[in-house]
Write a protein that binds this ligand. Structure first.
Ligand SMILES: [Zn+2]
Ligand SMILES: [Zn+2]
Ligand SMILES: [Zn+2]
Ligand SMILES: [Zn+2]
Ligand SMILES: [Zn+2]
Length: 636
């Protein structure tokens, strides 16, 4: 089955491997694992290089050798070029259970069923056309990332292995809730409502769910069997509790996406021609092989000789020895000092954001000149100088966003190897491993807070107290869900909220759709890695991304106007005084916002790195009670 009209980037997220979506014909499907992406009848027609992308830092971080763009579906090639025609991302039909709108009969179908499932119930024996069955809205999930059909037969018979195999029906007994949904068996007459199937809670740190504990008895819980229908594997090791879920519910799929801004190893060293040459599949393959043998000590002549065996010489014409070696270093990250934790098992949880972002911060805050990353210094308006230390207009940047796995039930911690294992049936050795990704070229505005001003503000007890409220709220959520604790520093909340306010203002001033702008926070108080920067950039990947609009807004007069307007608006939210009052207790997602709501500081999900949490206007412009609490008071 093909996915129909899902956009390519959406096949990385939100409809990546293991996610469910609904096709135009109404069929609910799940995006299949990576094993059969780019499958084509005639291997000679596959030109994989069109989809291969590289970002050496992200490759190292995720331990893969390349990224691949999802294929775009083409009915036919241009002229005689039939390469990559009719490539699709495979999907499987899920959930397998169907039911009949007329007689309520339940029937289990198959993952590969292509035709509509027709109801063969005796009630329609005399119908000329048998009614078409629909897929049920219910599934079952476990926190290990597994997903299964809801066990209707087991649930109604209260047995792990029911002996009765009578015809089941799913009836609605009025009322909108699950309690009104009743499974019944024609044969033995048993009936059971779906009340509570989505519920679960923790007892002494152990997860308990209604589905697992109540299916038969709590002493004999019904546990996950490791089903991964997107890999066509219905069994595997797992003994987590299962819970029911609506297939469209938010807790069924949490994609883990890692994003990287491409950093050249040496700015300007790799020319556009060299980047082009490296797209030739033999080039990256040869470089990788040689890297395995020689590592950083590879002699340029050896590299050139070996490449010439596999690549047409005319491609090399303009490429100098220096460029060749620079390309080699960028592709394989040769000479890069990998942070300590990058090598040991801690990397399973990925390096901390501040450690990973720090090199980006170091590049962007200067004025890099490279085909893939270039920024200039527009200067800072005198009115902003007391609070803003530096501004950069980022004329070109290249972002790679890769899917490295997903979780279900909770947006919890996901180890690197566990995430990858969920994405394919058969693991690949690291030299061949790849992850689905998309790449966008864009532009942005970067700025940093004034270090001295920030230090004074951050040292204030009332400021720290305010931020501590958010940290406390998050700790409560984190301990409930088994997440790592985080300290939300005043500068983090300040820069994050400021980012949201500025994006809202830029949308208004430049006419961008807000979903096309993204924030990227460079915030750390770790000694030696202190950062207090924010990048706002375009992420649409189409022409809107490179219109030059954002770069123009980085000019001193324009940026001043954006700040004044954004900070001015931030003083009063359309739901105030409610929004500001709510700020005393916490509101919004996980109650992790103070004075911030849809009326003032929230953004579309795609724009925010933190799921619209950790926001507070109070730390930006002060509260009604404490107008001087905000970092920006003296300015605005
Ligand atoms: Zn029927
Ligand atoms: Zn029965
Ligand atoms: Zn499981
Ligand atoms: Zn508000
Ligand atoms: Zn955000």
């Amino acid at each position: 089955m093909s996915t129909g009209a899902i956009r390519r980037a959406q096949l990385v997220t939100p409809f990546g491997v293991g996610a469910m979506s609904v096709l135009v014909n109404g069929t609910s499907v799940i995006t299949a694992g990576l094993d059969h992406w780019y499958d084509i009848d005639d291997a000679g027609r596959l030109a994989l290089e069109e989809y291969q992308e590289h970002d050496w830092r992200l490759e190292k971080r995720l331990r893969v050798s390349e990224f691949r763009l999802p294929p775009d579906y083409r009915y036919q090639g241009q002229g005689n070029d039939n390469r990559n025609v009719k490539l699709t991302v495979p999907v499987l039909r899920f959930p397998r259970w169907c039911f009949c709108m007329f007689c309520k009969r339940l029937k289990i179908s198959t993952l590969t069923m292509q035709q509509p499932v027709l109801c063969k119930d005796a009630k329609h024996a005399d119908w000329k056309y048998k009614p078409r069955m629909s897929q049920v809205p219910f599934v079952a999930v476990c926190a290990g990332g597994h997903l299964d059909d809801f066990p209707f037969d087991k649930w109604v018979h209260k047995a792990h292995r029911p002996t009765c195999s009578g015809t089941l029906r799913l009836k609605s007994h009025g009322g909108g809730g699950l309690e009104g949904q009743v499974v019944s068996c024609d044969e033995c007459g048993k009936e059971r409502s779906l009340r509570g199937i989505t519920e679960g809670h923790f007892i002494n740190g152990e997860e308990h769910t209604t589905l697992s504990d109540q299916l038969s008895t709590p002493n004999d819980p019904f546990l996950c069997t490791g089903a991964r229908p997107w890999l066509a594997k219905l069994e595997g090791p797992c003994s987590n509790p299962m819970r029911g879920a609506l297939r469209a519910a938010g807790n069924v799929y949490f994609p883990k996406v890692e994003s990287s801004i491409y950093l050249p190893q040496k700015e300007g060293a790799v020319s556009a021609e060299m980047h082009e040459l490296m797209r030739h599949p033999a080039v990256s393959g040869t470089m990788r092989t040689l890297h395995g043998i020689f590592g950083a000590d590879l002699a340029v002549q050896v590299l050139r000789d070996n490449l010439l065996k596999n690549v047409p010489p005319e491609l090399f014409g303009p490429v100098s020895d220096e460029e060749l070696m620079a390309g080699y270093r960028d592709l394989l990250g040769v000479g890069e000092i990998v942070p300590e934790s990058g090598e040991d098992s801690d990397a399973e949880l990925l390096t901390g954001d501040d450690e990973w972002r720090f090199p980006e911060f170091q590049h962007i805050r200067h004025t890099p000149k490279d085909d893939y990353l270039s920024a200039t210094d527009p200067g800072v308006h005198p009115d902003l100088r007391s609070h803003i230390e530096r501004v950069r207009s980022v004329d070109v940047l290249r972002e790679t966003r890769a899917l490295r796995g997903f979780t279900r039930v909770r947006d919890g911690v996901l180890k690197l190897s566990e995430g990858k294992a969920l994405l394919r049936r058969e693991p690949l050795p690291p030299v061949q491993a790849w992850l689905p990704a998309y790449v966008v070229k864009g532009e942005g505005i970067y700025f940093e807070l004034d270090a001295a001003q920030l230090a004074v503000w951050e040292a204030r007890a009332d400021v720290q107290e305010r931020a501590q409220k958010i940290t406390d709220q998050y700790s409560a959520v984190a301990s409930q869900r088994g997440l790592q604790n985080r300290t939300l520093s005043p500068r983090f909340v300040l820069l994050h909220t400021l980012g949201h306010l500025l994006i809202n203002e830029l949308v208004f001033a430049c006419g961008y759709s807000s979903a096309s702008l993204r924030e990227r926070l460079y915030v750390s108080t770790t000694p030696g890695r202190e950062m207090a920067g924010l990048l706002i950039y375009t992420a649409a990947g189409d022409s809107e991304g490179t219109m030059g609009g954002l770069v123009r807004m980085a000019r001193p007069d324009n940026l001043r106007a954006v700040f004044v307007s954004a900070l001015g608006d931030a003083r009063w939210c359309s739901t105030d005084p409610v929004c500001m009052d709510a700020g005393e207790k916490g509101q919004g997602p996980d109650s992790c916002n103070l004075a911030a709501c849809h009326g003032c500081a929230l953004l579309p999900e795609t724009s925010c790195e933190e799921f619209n949490r950790f926001l507070d206007r109070g730390l930006v412009v002060g509260t009604f009670d404490k107008p001087d609490l905000g970092y920006f008071l003296p300015f605005a």
